[in-house]
Ligand binder design. Structure first.
Ligand code: AMP
Length: 403
């Protein structure tokens, strides 16, 4: 059960130094340009609120996987530039995230100033949840705010250890919104609740399916996930993606769905290709007729019709994972058709991050979704009922401060 967490607007931050953990882990092209700034835009409400309160704003984030070393290709410089443009205000990039120079820079800040700390993962202590590193970050601020939902499932120094050393902590508006929508979609859903799960991280998501058998009224399985199920059922899947280690678990999910009386939908046809290439030869076949040397890379038209009928009566739709290899035009139709169907439904529609989010944006339908989560892993962890270490750390500190 997700309880309410103290948020930034419950705290007195007027004129104070506020360290805000954000997730600015944005995609960059090979020239270092930001190709999608959704994650930056998502935390603007928190930053703007802190600006209105005349706080000194210190932003902290990771970017990519620099393995504890300085890596100029993963500097947050492009983020500082983009954020500055979005806010129409100077955002100064610190030379590091801890150390004498950073402390001096922060001590010279005036109310309303914004400093973005350099990539937290340039230090090994971040991913190790090192107490000393957390303390050094904490020394920069009077108040700590966690607004990095997409990183909340990680036990890192800037999400956990830091909370041991700041007296006043809380969640940002993005974190609050993520938890509220999740709760509306999953804990108290207006029924019928239809869950759509696709993609290919099958071993990560199989437990999610088990839980959805308890919670959802209908379960739709597409993408590489569906092929693992057909493989488990003994059908020929040719060279299609299938995660062999979870075949038994896939069968257990089918049994559980039957036992619980929930309706489980698998594709009835596929777009198959003779190779994994945008220029491959393709054809549509029923699910029982995938040729031995071919691979299924998208759901077929009959499946789109079946799935769209299945979501028609939905009052809540939860979606994670594309229906096919939508990155290639030839195998994108199934995913884009589902995006349109979900967008046009009258249900509360919650899209669970990662690739599904990209597909929704590419189809131009993001404005029609009720909510698109910024966190893939964190979102799945919430469904699994796992505690998110970033949230647990906030709650622990809030409870301690109150006692
Ligand atoms: P996930 O991170 O689990 O949501 O997986 C997303 C990835 O699954 C995307 O990059 C898709 O290209 C891929 N995918 C979806 N359907 C298939 C499929 N039938 N075969 C191979 N990959 C797929």
């Amino acid at each position: 059960m997700i309880e309410r967490v103290t948020s930034i607007d419950d705290l007195d931050i007027k004129g104070k130094s506020v360290l805000i953990r954000v997730d600015f882990n944005v995609p960059l092209d090979d020239k270092g340009n930001i190709t999608d700034d959704t994650r930056i835009r998502s935390v603007l409400p928190t930053i703007n609120y802190a600006l209105d309160e005349n706080a000194k704003i210190i932003l902290a984030s990771h970017l990519g996987r620099p393995t504890g070393k300085n890596d100029t290709g993963l500097s947050l410089a492009p983020v500082a530039k983009r954020l500055s443009r979005l806010l129409e205000k100077e955002v100064r990039l610190a030379p590091d995230c801890i150390g004498t120079e950073v402390r001096k820079m922060v001590s010279e800040m005036n109310p309303g100033d914004i400093v973005l700390l350099e990539n937290l993962r340039f230090h090994r202590g971040e991913e190790k949840n090192d107490d000393g590193f957390g303390r050094k970050l904490a020394e920069l601020a009077d108040v700590y705010i966690n607004d990095a939902f997409a990183t909340a499932h990680r036990q890192h120094a800037s999400t956990v250890a830091v909370t041991n050393y700041v007296n006043t902590v809380g969640a940002g508006f993005l974190m609050k919104k993520e938890l509220t929508y999740f709760s509306r979609a999953f804990e108290n859903p207006v029924r019928p609740l239809v869950a759509i799960i696709g993609g290919k991280k099958v071993s990560d998501k199989i437990e999610v399916l088990t839980i959805l058998c308890e919670k959802a009224d209908k379960l739709i399985i597409g993408g590489g996930m569906a092929l693992t199920f057909f493989d488990a059922l003994g059908y020929e899947v040719g060279k299609s993606f299938s995660e062999k280690t979870v075949l038994t678990k896939a069968k257990e999910v089918l049994l559980k769905a039957r036992k619980k009386g929930i309706k489980l939908y698998l594709p009835v046809d596929f777009v198959v290709a003779d190779r994994f290439s945008p220029s491959a030869e393709t054809k549509v076949v029923p699910y029982q007729e995938i040729p031995k040397d071919w691979m299924a890379l998208d759901i077929g038209p009959a499946t789109v019709t079946l799935f769209s009928e299945a979501i028609q009566s939905a009052k809540t739709i939860l979606w994670n994972g594309p229906m096919g290899v939508f990155e290639m035009d030839a195998f994108s139709r199934g995913t884009f058709a589902m995006v349109r169907n979900v967008a046009d439904s009258y249900a509360l529609t919650i899209v669970g991050g990662g690739d599904t989010d990209v597909a929704v944006h590419r189809a131009g339908e993001f404005a029609k979704m009720s909510y698109i989560s910024t966190g893939g892993g964190a979102f799945l962890d919430l469904i699994k009922g796992n505690d998110l270490p970033g949230i647990t750390a906030l709650k622990r500190k809030i409870k301690k401060a109150a006692s």
